[in-house]
Design a protein around this ligand. Structure first.
Ligand SMILES: Cc1cc2nc3c(=O)[nH]c(=O)nc-3n(C[C@H](O)[C@H](O)[C@H](O)COP(=O)(O)OP(=O)(O)OC[C@H]3O[C@@H](n4cnc5c(N)ncnc54)[C@H](O)[C@@H]3O)c2cc1C
Length: 291
């Protein structure tokens, strides 16, 4: 396994869309299954924890960093599309927007909503990512996982109790290696148009170019977290370098070299203000690592 780059003491800020995070004790970005298996075995031998990162688009990492191995899956890529059956097999490091574009180009519809979500397939499955009343689990047939003990399992969708931005993998972590999706055939040009319209809508309504992790809080359904925060006049409010977006108040922007401490203080402040005014405790959607 000479080709694996196992690096020590590397800043994780370049591995999250918030551009926040201290050093990983160790980090590796495997490209194939042999490398992943080798790395899992290596962590077991060394008795160190293994923490999985996709595109880091839903992660707040402690400025103090993370012990053990950070296993970044974003180089584990591959997509196979069977147009006639509408079946897509995709490796977990593939990006959701790439998959949405490829499905659209193949005349398969179902993933038009996914084009603006900057995460990997693995992260999307774990988070049950979604938008516009759709979510990834609606289109899943099965996933293949690897446990930290080195066992493969194929899990059918019906055996995974998905919920709103929830999968059981959040409580019982393992490595998502791949997913099989089933889409329907449609009119290629219409699918492409809808995909583009969805992305343009996001570009208009979200601080898409800023350093964020998307929505910080889960919506307290049927209410919207963004609306509650906006009604309190909190848009633009800052803690250190972290700022509540002026465009979408459920987004926190890394406006000026924000630390994980700044973001957590701002999260606490929002939670307090919302709770004091509405009696609702906003829960975070973003996953916090190393705290
Ligand atoms: C601008 C912007 C817009 C967004 N819009 C949306 C939206 O509309 N809807 C939505 O749902 N989300 C949205 N998000 C949040 C985020 O993109 C999703 O939650 C995405 O699915 C996270 O994927 P990721 O690869 O970045 O996962 P990460 O953030 O890297 O990780 C998230 C969790 O998944 C785990 N994980 C990641 N990959 C694997 C794997 N292969 N195996 C096992 N565990 C894994 C991690 O350990 C962690 O617990 C947005 C984010 C941004 C920055």
């Amino acid at each position: 396994m000479n080709s694996i780059r196992l690096e020590e003491n590397i800043s994780l800020s370049n591995f999250t869309t918030w551009r926040i995070g201290g050093p990983a004790e160790w980090i590796a970005q495997p490209k194939n299954i042999e490398e992943i298996k080798y790395l899992i075995h290596w962590t077991t031998k060394k008795k160190i924890p293994c923490n999985i990162i996709g595109a880091g688009s839903n992660l707040l990492i402690n400025d103090k960093g993370i012990k053990g191995l950070s296993l970044c899956m974003r180089n584990f890529k591959g997509i196979q599309i069977d147009k006639s059956l509408g079946i897509i097999d995709v490796l977990s490091g593939e990006m959701l927007p790439t998959l949405a574009r490829k499905a659209a180009a193949s005349g398969l519809h179902g993933l038009e909503w996914a084009v603006g979500i900057p995460g990997t397939i693995g992260g999307a499955v774990v988070m049950n990512a979604g938008a516009q009343e759709h979510c990834i689990s609606d289109y899943l047939q099965s996933i293949t996982t690897l446990s930290f003990a080195g066992d493969y399992t194929i899990i059918n969708r019906k055996d995974l109790n998905f919920g709103y931005r929830y999968s059981p993998l959040q409580d019982d972590p393992c490595i998502v290696l791949s997913a099989r999706l089933k889409l329907e055939s449609g009119h290629a040009e219409k699918i492409r148009q809808l995909t583009n319209d969805n992305l343009n809508h996001r570009l208009r309504t979200q601080p898409y170019q800023a350093q964020t992790c998307g929505s910080v809080f889960r919506n307290p359904e049927p209410l919207k977290a963004a609306k509650l925060i906006e009604e309190l006049g909190l848009k633009g409010f800052r803690c250190g370098g972290a700022e509540i977006s002026k465009i979408h108040s459920n987004f926190i922007i890394n406006a000026n070299q924000a630390s994980s401490y700044d973001v957590r203080e701002l999260i606490k402040y929002i939670q307090e203000r919302v709770f004091n005014s509405y009696g609702i405790l906003l829960e975070t959607e973003v996953k916090q690592c190393g705290f």
